[in-house]
Ligand binder design. Structure first.
Ligand code: PMP
Length: 432
């Protein structure tokens, strides 16, 4: 048994020893084709020479400098680059070490913003079911998974969870996708009013839902309507793009495809591409202005924020994405991957839905296609799929039914952007 404190205390995973490009190798000499990018992390694959060279150069020059004394040239260059390509109006970047820290920071920034502008009565968040925002206490509180929250519920900040945008299960037969999106936005409106409009801090949502729902792509107009509801009540909109951002859906930010501009957006995972833990919050100018004119500082911080080596890795990832035209590639090859999955799996009696964008695909598994009945949680279908896929030399990211037994099991695919058409065909073949 391993001495490393894994989450699953009764099993020992294989020992990873090396990785290159699309593959990871274990100590027993087995090779795995990486169709999950870890958990949508390794956007450039493993061992990208440009990222490694940038990290080496940074370690040689300036490995670390604490932000109570310094900023660094590399952190400033990364922030400039992120602002250059950010959703409209973003003025500052808060650099942290991962996704949960990014979400935690965004929640606190939103709260402090209202304190600075004289609305301290705002204490409540509204978020969505079947969402995942991280495991720190704030991020957990807005996360939509009751099973994860349960042991900690008495010590979490106040949050209400609404339905996610999940057309496969929740759009009615008598409504169009647009009407469905407007209905959800109306539910948000009603929830804000019920809570007391002047007591809500923010609505928090993944732009494209990630691991806990098997990739939930929003219907057209949903986020635009959500933005209008938030504006009507002076509530902030926080979009969590930790998983779906940084090119995963074919644009740098998934929000670009929704024609929506958030007040705060969180990124991580693909930002460092797996080379270094890094995350960030991008903030609208009004939020940073309120703090700089008010107390003059953000009352929050972590030792490793703006770590120069992490920033060097992230900057190199950004450079490669743009230099190599990877966003265009992900859009074109993502359509091809979707078509391959539909041809190979669309007719399978246990495949209920195949949905996604770019290199971010979810396959929802059901016991019965007609009724969309999920498999019984006790069958642990997702765990079996993960095990079988690994035995075939494939890494995919299954999640599901054991959590609530209502919304089925899913397989999430998030391959590195460097995947060739042959790799995508191989992924599809190994899944069938
Ligand atoms: N937000 C989203 C949307 C995520 O998918 C995740 C991680 N799966 C997180 C936040 C938390 O990120 P981390 O695990 O890096 O703390």
């Amino acid at each position: 048994m391993t001495r490393v404190f894994h989450r699953h205390l009764r099993s020992t995973p294989p020992v990873a020893v090396s990785a290159a490009g699309m593959r990871i190798y274990d100590a027993a000499g087995r090779s795995y084709l990486d169709a999950s990018g870890g958990a949508a992390v390794s956007s450039l694959g493993h061992g990208h020479p440009d990222v490694i060279a940038a990290m080496h150069a940074q370690i040689d020059r300036l490995p670390y400098a604490h932000t109570s004394f310094f900023t660094s040239e590399t952190a400033e260059r990364l922030a400039d680059e992120l602002i250059r390509t950010a959703p409209e109006g973003m003025s500052h970047v808060y650099l942290v070490s991962g996704g949960s820290e990014a979400v935690e920071s965004a929640l606190k920034m939103a709260r402090q913003y209202f304190v600075e502008i004289g609305q301290p009565q705002r204490t409540h968040f509204i978020a969505r079911r079947q969402s995942y925002h991280g495991n720190t206490l704030g991020a957990l509180a807005v996360g939509g998974n009751e099973w994860r929250r349960a042991p900690f519920a008495p010590i979490l900040v106040a949050a209400t969870h609404l339905a996610p945008c999940y057309p496969y299960r929740e759009q009615r037969a008598d409504e169009t996708p647009e009407q469905y999106g407007l209905r959800l936005a109306a539910e948000l409106d009603a929830a804000i009013v019920a809570q007391g409009a002047d007591s809500v801090i923010a609505f928090v949502a993944e732009t494209v839902g990630g691991a806990t729902a098997g990739v939930l792509t929003p219907v057209p107009g949903y986020f635009k309507a959500v933005r209008e509801v938030c504006d009507k009540h002076g509530v902030l909109l926080i979009l969590d793009e930790v998983m779906c951002g940084m090119g995963r859906t074919g644009t740098l930010y998934a929000s670009e495809q929704e024609d929506v501009v958030p007040d705060l957006v969180t990124i991580a995972k693909g930002l460092g591409g797996g080379y270094q833990p890094i995350g960030a919050v991008l903030a609208q100018r009004k939020i940073v202005d309120a703090m700089s004119k008010g107390s003059g500082f953000f009352q929050h911080g972590h030792t490793y924020l703006g770590h120069p080596v992490a920033c060097a890795a992230a900057l190199a990832v950004q450079n490669v994405i743009h230099r190599d035209g990877l966003l265009e590639k992900v859009r074109a090859d993502g359509r091809a991957l979707g078509a391959m999955l539909r041809v190979a799996l669309g007719g399978h009696p246990n495949v209920g839905d195949i949905r996604g964008r770019g290199f971010f695909w979810g396959i929802e598994l059901v016991a019965d296609r007609a009724s969309k009945r999920p498999f019984a949680p006790a069958l642990k279908v997702n765990a079996t799929i993960k095990k079988d896929a690994m035995a075939r030399g494939l890494l995919c990211y299954p999640f599901g039914g054991t959590v609530d037994g209502v919304h089925g099991d899913h397989v999430l695919l998030a391959p590195p952007f460097i995947a060739s058409r042959e790799d995508l065909q191989e992924i599809t073949r190994l899944l069938t």
